[in-house]
Design a protein around this ligand. Structure first.
Ligand code: DGJ
Length: 716
């Protein structure tokens, strides 16, 4: 292979990188597979990519390299920005070494070193292609001068072609995370700046550019994601000279990244997934996440979380009764939520004091943990290690451990809490010691790691901006606890789904999608969260029949079918549920357990059903032989009866048996109008199911049915 032109192909995607010349590399193509090209063909191809010259432009051609800069004529969002006391504001990098190209079974990697000898900066750019055709890149900048260099921005960029005429990114709020928004990709920059100090409930965990109208099943699409849990900038920019870039990186506060002589800054990974449709792009993230050694391999234990069952009312008798009923319905992990420590009888006090409350738990946690373990369940517990209530022993003893803008002023309070300065060694060691002690003294398999506020005006005790270092310190704290307690699992929660990113997911094995358990809202939250992560990494619980955050009343069938695909659980006071309903819940747990290996290893697929009130999605086994689908009727449809629904992702030439997945149509509360095949199922080819579709049952709004679709046995 030519060392100037690197062409990687995997799973229907190609990336072609030009490493020629002294300038920084260019990505000449990232998208659909170009097929095999030998060196000669590649060179011919590379010779054709530059546009012709037009009027009123630089004498040399302006090309967007992987770090677009003014020195190369780029006048859009700069790849790198910074200065040295107002000088060295416009660097120009020249390559210093031959590129390093590594190819192993796990990863393909290019590393390029460059420098600006006059601005005294060094740059290392890295790009990788990962299992499943996912790509990622990052930059490392080093100050080689003798004075301080302030780095104010460092973005990585992917070029997308001109048929990427539409943008889709995500926004949201507490209780309504992952709301999609589409817009035309017009000239200018669509910028999503985040100064929340966390990924954000409104954070765009994916930015898509695609062919107008792209959907889940088709339409070329380029998806990007930043693996970072702190402040960030995401930019989709289109320039009049025909360049379209998707860029992302950390958003640095003034003075936050002062590089002293010899110091470096490394950006978070900026991921890219190309697909013919969102499902294909998402599959690249899923394949990669599943390929990592830390990905959870054992079956995801069905979980009960106590939050919406008891809130802060920690009463041993009540919680034991909850555990009894949880065990009765088949729960495998019991998670004690907020309220077990310090003076935490409500959300105004105690945060930061990670010692078991003698008031709430006079005999400690052992009586509950022993009871839970005796019932055959694992025990998990809630913590919020980065936070502190001013009304806590910790804040009283160490007011200097609270992040603030400097001076005597504290940032605005949020849920009556402030942020503990984990960049302070004393604070870090204190919270590490308390959590380590908690885990050493108790039989705890799982931490629900919460983070319930934005980081406003977050400076350390010297008044320096701290979000970057705080984010790394939170990662380090998780890493250290995982190192000290092998087998421990961590869930990333942040007011619900406020910290969902591949940075925290290097150490957390699942995320909490939202504080909203309303199944209708959850349909949307889950659809877009699983566009990034596979189902087994998303906690999905059956909530109460009368929802606590929306007031909607929903059937068990809809709530359970909605939670069914994910890391399944319950967040509902089962002590107030009658025996018949407990049996129904148990039937759902059993049904989930029966298909859990399929749901958590198969390919997630989403259909583009033309009626947006009826969502069709499922998981198909990697060999195409088995599948579960959901038909979720969200609201009322204009047309009734429902008519044909196509099932995506099946093998066209395989014959399948289709039948309702019990108990989806059996338990009380789900209303399904009979369709001719409902009782006995039917047999059809994958081609017929995906092209002609099946007659779907007409459902009331806020109902869902599940279908099991299995390869037909030859003999039957
Ligand atoms: C926010 C979380 O998302 C909830 O599930 C719950 O753990 C509360 N915090 C507890 O304070």
């Amino acid at each position: 292979m030519s060392n100037d032109l690197i062409h990687w192909r995997d799973e229907h995607v190609s990336i072609l990188v030009d490493l020629s010349g002294p300038a920084l590399p260019r990505i000449l193509h990232w998208g659909a597979d170009l097929g095999h090209h030998d060196d000669t063909l590649l060179e011919e191809l590379a010779d054709t990519v530059d546009p012709q010259r037009v009027s009123d432009e630089t004498d040399d051609l302006v090309v967007a390299t992987v770090l677009p800069l003014e020195s190369a004529g780029w006048v859009g969002e700069p790849g790198l920005s910074g200065h040295r006391s107002g000088r060295d504001f416009a660097p120009k990098f020249v390559r210093t070494d031959p590129p390093e190209i590594e190819e192993t079974d796990d990863v393909r990697r290019i590393t390029v070193r460059a420098a600006d000898a006059e601005a005294h900066l060094e740059l290392i750019w890295t790009i990788e292609m990962l299992p499943g055709g996912l790509v990622r890149q990052r930059n490392r900048v080093t100050n080689t001068g003798t004075s301080t260099y302030e780095l104010t921005g460092l973005l990585c960029a992917y070029p997308v072609p001109s048929n990427a005429g539409e943008l889709l990114d995500l926004t949201g709020r507490h209780l309504r995370e992952r709301t999609p928004q589409r817009s035309p990709f017009t000239i200018g920059a669509h910028v999503r700046d985040n100064r929340r100090g966390r990924t954000g409930l409104d954070g765009s965990i994916l930015t898509f550019a695609g062919a107008p109208g792209f959907g889940f099943e088709g339409g070329e699409v380029w998806a990007t994601h930043l693996a970072w849990s702190g402040n960030h900038r995401l930019v989709a920019e289109r320039a009049v000279r025909g360049t379209r870039l998707l860029s992302g990186g950390e958003l640095l506060a003034p003075g936050e990244m002062l590089l002293e002589p010899g110091q470096s800054y490394e950006s978070p990974w900026w991921y890219g997934a190309y697909g013919d449709g969102i499902t294909e792009a998402s599959a690249r993230f899923h394949t990669y996440l599943r390929s990592r050694p830390q990905h959870p391999r054992r079956e995801r234990p069905v979980t009960i979380n106590t939050w919406e069952a008891v809130y802060f009312d920690h009463d041993l008798g009540r919680l034991k009764a909850l555990a009894d009923n949880a065990a009765r319905v088949g729960v495998e992990r019991f998670v004690l939520d907020d309220g077990w420590f310090g003076a935490r009888r409500n959300d105004r006090a105690g945060l930061g004091d990670w010692v078991v409350s003698a008031d709430a738990w006079p005999d400690g946690l052992a009586p509950l943990i022993d009871h839970v373990r005796g019932l055959g369940m694992e025990f998990g517990i809630w913590v919020e290690p980065e936070m502190v209530n001013p009304d806590s022993d910790l804040a009283r003893a160490h007011p200097e451990w609270i992040l603030s803008p400097g001076g005597s002023r504290l940032p605005m309070s949020w849920r009556h809490q402030q942020v503990l300065d984990l960049t302070d060694e004393g604070a870090y060691q204190h919270v590490l010691g308390q959590l380590d002690g908690l885990l050493r003294d108790h039989d705890i398999a799982y931490l629900k790691w919460d983070h319930n506020r934005d980081l406003l005006e977050a400076g350390d005790r010297h008044g320096h901006p701290a979000v970057h270092r705080q984010t790394l310190a939170a990662y380090a704290l998780m890493d250290e606890l995982l190192r000290r307690h092998p087998g421990l699992e961590i869930e990333s929660c942040s007011s619900g789904g406020g910290r969902v990113d591949l940075g925290v997911l290097e150490r957390a094995c699942r995320v909490w999608g939202s504080d909203c358990l309303d199944a209708l809202e959850r349909q949307q939250i889950q659809r877009w969260t699983t566009a990034l992560i596979p189902w087994e990494m998303l906690g999905c619980h059956i909530g109460s029949d009368s929802n606590h955050t929306t007031g909607r009343k929903q059937s068990l069938g809809f709530r359970a079918a909605t939670a069914f695909f994910g890391h399944f659980g319950i967040e509902w006071d089962l002590t107030k549920v009658d025996s018949e309903t407990l049996d129904d819940v148990a039937a759902w747990v059993t049904a989930h357990q029966a298909v859990r290996p399929l749901l958590h290893a198969g390919r997630a697929v989403t259909g583009d059903h033309p009626d947006d009130q009826l969502w069709v999605y499922g998981v198909v086994a990697q060999d195409g032989g088995d599948a579960v689908f959901a038909l979720a009727q969200r609201g009322t449809s204009l047309e009734a009866p429902t008519g044909r629904v196509r099932l995506p992702g099946l093998q066209p030439d395989v014959t399948y048996d289709v039948r309702p997945l019990v108990p989806g149509n059996k338990v009380r509360g789900t209303v399904v109008k009979a369709v001719p095949w409902w009782d006995n199922g039917f047999r059809a080819s994958g081609a017929a199911l995906s092209r002609m579709g099946l007659i779907a049952p007409t459902q009331y709004p806020e109902q869902a049915v599940l279908l099991r679709v299995t390869r037909a046995e030859e003999s039957s």
